[in-house]
Design a protein. Structure first.
Ligand code: BES
Ligand code: MN
Ligand code: ZN
Length: 502
């Protein structure tokens, strides 16, 4: 779908539908909604008075204009309570309105910049673009039947004040880069594991690198052996698919020696290995590379937006499968930094591959390091599907990541990292063991990673609960969410801003 901003009067627009909005509790809307009501001879006010329209969150009312206006349909979308209004509501309302219109098979849609009185016009344009792009997302690559609905062609954001267009256009560009990257991450993670092997992931990263003129380097098994990446190799040894350590670099600030590091878990299928998972729900583990997809996709948006900062993304990519060569419980592995690891469960594979990727990130001098991983079921148990868990060794970078997520509509909650949790990872036969028992499992996993991060400023985002959703909701679509992309992009943009300010 094409999205653009134009100057004009939405009540005069020729379109298949126009979208206006209503705050909860408003009985006589003013502004564009009021004008549309007049054109419709009071239809909106009557619907409100009759109690059919309340302006609540998620409420969508479709009115046919029957020749009273140039547009064929008007959608009035609820924005909820005025005092709770924010950009996240703009994203959600846009998605809800467009999804209801998609069913009607419309092609050209106009919308006002909802609530731009209270919010920055550029931010609202960005949020509308994100809500539209993310809310209309579908993954139908593998179905051969005709799609249920035809693609919506064009969305125009109509603004009365021409002077605001430049600001809104730059918001739109930001929204487009970020939302399309999120869709790329969704596509990669929704792909079945036979279409998204480590080699396929490396190829997808290569495409991102080509399009964005980024530097790409794929570290193959042989080089992993030379580098001593025994933990990553240990996980990969039960699979017929060769592992890849994908590295992509963006150089936005050649004058600086600093490079922000992203690390994303890229387990393209997690069967659990010899510590095999129950078969029910195992298919969801095709999405165990969602963190890797998020960092690759974030690099595409960063390349597009061109902030003044250097960023390198690393993705250790492998399958976790059981075969005669597979890793076994009680095996001992040696990570790149020389630390030895006793395997308790081969299903705790994410922390193993991340350990070597983090060692490599440190070797490259990346700092701070942000890792994104579908790491633990325990994180999902702790926080549900509402927010991502944050863990780290540096409050400043943790706070920045949380703030970057907040602005994007990706909620992140910090978890404790008390030293005492390390006790649970102690091994009798090696330096550390790869599981810390049932209690505090998300934290002991993070503490495991901390052993490899050492003193580099670091934040770990556990997206096990947030990477997938089982129903359409606001601008989320059933399946993989692409979580992390928007946080990472915002974080890179905000760190770049900081450096300019000095
Ligand atoms: N990929 C899983 C974690 C996961 C669970 C992600 C549910 C998304 C949804 C991870 O590799 C795993 O299996 N973790 C184990 C660790 C345990 C063996 C210590 C878990 O959480 O059960
Ligand atoms: Mn696992
Ligand atoms: Zn896993």
């Amino acid at each position: 779908m094409e999205i653009s901003v134009i100057a004009g009067d939405i009540t005069k627009m020729k379109a298949d539908a126009i979208i206006v909005s209503l705050f909860e509790g408003v009985e006589r809307p003013d502004g564009a909604t009021g004008e549309v009501d007049k054109a419709l001879e009071g239809a909106i006010i009557r619907l409100i008075a009759g109690g059919e329209m309340k302006g609540k969150d998620g409420e969508v009312t479709l009115i046919h204009t029957l020749g009273k206006m140039d547009a064929d349909r008007v959608v009035v979308v609820g924005l909820g309570k005025q005092e709770k209004f924010n950009l996240e509501r703009v994203r959600a309302a846009t998605a809800e309105a467009l999804r209801s219109l998609r069913r009607a098979g419309v092609g050209l849609v106009g919308t006002i910049a909802h609530g731009a009185g209270a919010l920055d016009h550029g931010d609202v344009a960005q949020a509308i673009c994100e809500g539209a792009t993310l809310g209309l997302y579908t993954f139908k690559k593998h179905t051969t039947k005709e799609p249920e609905f035809k693609e919506m062609k064009e969305l125009l954001i109509v603004e009365g004040d021409e002077g605001r267009l430049p600001q809104m256009e730059s918001g739109l560009l930001r929204g487009k880069a970020i939302a399309e990257a999120t869709c790329l991450a969704r596509d990669m993670a929704n792909e079945p594991a036979n279409y998204m092997t480590p080699t396929d992931m490396a190829e997808a990263a290569g495409k991102v690198a080509d399009e964005g003129s980024l530097e790409l380097r794929i570290i193959e098994r042989e080089e992993m052996e030379e580098l001593g990446m025994g933990a990553l190799l240990g996980v990969a040894q039960g699979s017929r698919q060769p592992p890849k350590l994908i590295t992509i670099s963006y150089k936005g600030d050649p004058s600086s020696q600093n490079t922000l590091g992203f690390v994303g878990k890229g387990v393209t299928f997690d069967s659990g290995g010899i510590s095999i998972k129950p078969s029910e729900g195992m298919g969801d583990m095709k999405g165990d590379m969602a963190g890797g997809a998020a960092v690759i996709a974030a690099m595409r948006a960063i390349a597009e937006l061109g902030p003044r900062i250097n960023v390198t993304a690393l993705v250790p990519a492998t399958e976790n499968l059981p075969d005669g060569a597979a890793l076994k419980p009680a095996d001992v592995l040696r990570a790149m930094n020389g630390k030895t690891i006793e395997i308790i469960s081969t299903d705790a594979e994410g922390r193993l591959i991340l350990a070597d990727a983090i060692c490599y990130a440190r070797k490259l001098g990346l700092s701070p390091i942000v890792d994104v991983a579908t790491l633990t079921g325990a994180c999902q148990v702790a926080l549900g599907n509402i927010c991502t868990g944050a863990f780290g060794n540096n409050q400043e970078i943790i706070d920045r990541a949380i703030k970057a997520g907040e602005a994007a509509g990706e909620r992140i909650w910090q978890m404790p990292m008390y030293e005492e949790y390390k006790e649970q990872n102690k091994s009798d036969t090696a330096d550390i063991k790869n599981t810390g028992g049932r209690y505090g499992g998300a934290i002991t996993a993070a503490q495991f990673l901390a052993e490899f991060v050492e003193d580099t400023p670091w934040v770990h985002l556990d997206i096990a609960g947030t990477s997938r959703t089982d129903k359409d909701k606001a601008y989320q679509v059933k399946g993989e969410t692409g979580v992390g992309v928007r946080t990472l992009v915002n974080l890179a943009l905000s760190l770049a801003q900081e450096q300019i300010k000095g």
